[in-house]
Ligand binder design. Structure first.
Ligand code: PEP
Ligand code: MN
Length: 337
């Protein structure tokens, strides 16, 4: 069960609700977000009506939840969550596009691509500074130097920055230089990392694990939300199946499903989702038709030379063509871009 407190509820009002619930044996999980506090309570639901919680000061609503994920569920909040970062809104009528290289490789590479994706209509620059690679011999990222370049690109272009955090020890550092913390597919169930980003003062983009079910993905988001960070967005990036022609199988039914089950925004990454450059545009169009709130696309000034994920990276020109083609689809489903 979830008790949603009103925006601006007093500390004493929250405390009174907790005391009442604890007295009759409920165990409490408090989630204090920037805007509102949600009290999760596990215990005997049959006595709920007798408690009269809804009449208590500061209480907005009491909801019994069927799912194991609670705070991220639509049962708790029927309207879409809109994450506001500066003047960018994720989850509203505007589709947001995150674009940039797989990895930050150099000042020239990053600044060139940042300006080009901005000119085409992206609002958020992506680029990994800490790269979780399958091989220990592959390029591992420029680390803090890469983060500094991202922050400089933000200064120059006004684009927001999304970049991956792989280790709880670097959350403060990554937060200092970026606007959205990305949790990569390989870390979706790194629960210690999830609990730490829950304490960070930055929105989180949570990628779907390589072989994770929708429920596991929602539960991972629940860790972050319940830990007090209510600015969480999902990112579908393909899953492992028996198919090997594509790098992963982009699960677009998951996009519509998660939009039905949760109030949080959903982004689609057709670059990792397919691994095939020529599929990135058609899958971007399909993603928007399926209800995605945004796209994450890998773009490189010279894909054959990319240190990471060249075969799925678009040239800036291809990216620009993609965005024009997606605009029409967005309009057809009542969104804009
Ligand atoms: C990435 O976006 O840079 C990345 C590594 O993606 P994923 O975690 O989805 O593999
Ligand atoms: Mn990549």
């Amino acid at each position: 069960m979830i008790v949603i407190m009103k925006n601006g509820a007093e500390k004493e009002e929250i405390q009174k609700v907790i005391e009442k619930l604890e007295k009759v044996g409920f165990s409490i999980h408090l989630s204090e977000g920037v805007e509102r506090t949600i009290i999760g309570a596990v215990g005997d639901k049959s006595i709920l009506n007798e408690l009269g919680l809804e009449a208590m000061g500061g209480v907005e609503r009491v909801v019994a939840i069927r799912h194991p994920y609670k705070m991220v569920s639509r049962e708790v909040k029927s309207e879409n969550t809109i994450i506001k970062i500066g003047n960018v809104e994720i989850g509203g009528s505007q589709i947001q596009v995150m674009a940039g290289p797989c990895a930050v490789e150099s000042r020239e590479q990053l600044f060139e691509v940042a300006q080009m994706v901005k000119d085409s209509g992206a609002t958020i620059l992506r680029g990994g500074a800490f790269k979780p690679r399958t091989s220990p011999y592959a390029f591992q990222g420029l680390e803090e130097e890469g983060l500094k370049l991202l922050a400089e690109a933000r200064e120059r272009t006004g684009l927001l920055i999304v970049t991956e955090v792989v280790d709880p020890r670097t959350i403060d550092m990554v937060s200092e230089y970026s606007d959205i913390l990305q949790i990569g597919a390989r870390n979706m169930q790194n629960f210690f990392l999830l609990k730490e980003v829950a304490k960070a003062n930055k929105p989180v983009l949570l990628k779907r694990g390589l072989s994770s079910t929708i429920e596991e993905w929602l539960m991972a988001a629940e860790y972050i939300y319940a830990g007090g960070n209510h600015n969480v967005m999902f990112c579908e990036r393909g899953i492992r199946t028996f198919e090997t022609t594509t790098r992963n199988t982009l699960d677009l039914s998951a996009v519509s499903m998660v939009k039905q089950l949760s109030h949080l925004p959903v982004i689609v990454d057709p670059s990792h989702g397919t691994g095939v450059r020529s599929l990135v545009q058609p899958m971007s169009q399909a993603a928007i038709a399926a209800g995605a709130d945004g796209l994450m696309i890998e773009v490189h000034p010279n894909p054959p030379e990319a240190l990471c994920d060249g075969p799925q990276s678009l040239t800036p020109d291809q990216f620009s063509t993609l965005l024009s083609s997606v605009k029409d689809i967005a309009r057809a489903v009542g969104r804009n871009l």
